[in-house]
Design a protein around this ligand. Sequence first.
Ligand SMILES: [Zn+2]
Length: 445
Amino acid sequence: MHSYPKSHVKAALLATAFLAIVITALPAHQSESPSEAPVSLQLEVAGTANVVSVNELPVKQEQMEASNSRWINMTIQPGDNLARIFKRNKLPAADLQNIVNLGKPVSSLRKILPGQKLGFKITSSGELLAIQYKKNALDTLLIHRQDQSFVASWQSATPETIVAFESAKITKENPSLYHAGKAAGLSDNIIMQLSHIYQWDISFALDLRAGDSFSLMFEEIYVDGELVKEGSIIAAVFTNMGKRHEAVKYIDIEGHSDYYTPEGLSMRKAFLRDPVHFSYVSSSFNLRRLHPIHKKVMPHRGIDYAAKRGTPVLASGDGKVTTRRQNSASGKYIVIQHGEQYTTKYLHLSAFGKGIKPGKSVKQGQTIGYVGATGWATAPHLHYEFLVTGVHRNPKTVSLPKALPIARDELERFRDSVSPVLARLESISGKGYASLPPGDRSSGG
Ligand SMILES: [Zn+2]
């Protein structure tokens, strides 16, 4: 049985939600709990005069019955439950009881979610004939009247995965990864995936230039010819300031999926280049900077990332929180120790992340706080410092330790797996060396 990868959808939704947050820098909107939210129901009535919107559901309406019955289709709204929907549509409570009594096959109806589709087939005299509940793009519950009772069955559609290809360019009009991606028709989800793949190599806040370009191959999942969701990026190439960065997805022997260079080096590094996504650098590392408040030359031993107040600040690497404090200069700030050598500091936060306190271990990319303007700050920004054995280094240029490459004894399997993908990416992105085996171009690029 094919199972719909629900966690994947969730991850995609989360990614999209996260992207929305980092772009707009608005606090995450907590959807109200189903029992408390106000009820509003959007009805799409498919009568004889209307265009039949039941087409959205996989089961076709029987033409013969169209004259004396009709479908009422609706999108489930926040706060809806089946009892309310029955009541609102003046459907008999006895029918609801009979349906609920069907037990396990209809247990999903107890957990209906906003955005899902529900349809009722009703006779002209108001008798309920059938229900269709589209749980997700693949699974639909069908309930039909049989005499005084009902029978339930599930229908599953078969998804089809198609590999899509897209290219985009950084221009004056579209200077950010987000804008260039949007201009090329990419979704927030795919742009977010791309930014994650390259977050160790390219500082999207610092490094993008007009003329940079990227191409990528990614999965699209179709059901009945309709795009239902995007899968993951399979391969990508990002040309940044003349340098090509290729990345390809690989699932290793143990089933772990990750991104690698064509040579089998991990795209991951021990530190992210930017601890804030989709921000811009307002002040660089500069040991002879004129301080904006004190109006005298004071070293700027870090990078300032301008971003809206509330934008999540991420731990740039795995480590342990050593300090969570507030003072008049730094405002609310956090210090993280990464192993013996490395320390990172995050200043001027508006708030600390949940559970962030001294002694607490954090993961790379975890939200540790939120951008603010506490302490000596003229506008919301993150002041970020990177120290190697106690010495301030420029986070932009310091060489970062890498994650593990593909194991030597797995290299052949890796090459067999990724070569056709890379060859295809290169041929469609217009690069000439697609015919060379991967081993022959390790010195190129
Ligand atoms: Zn600063």
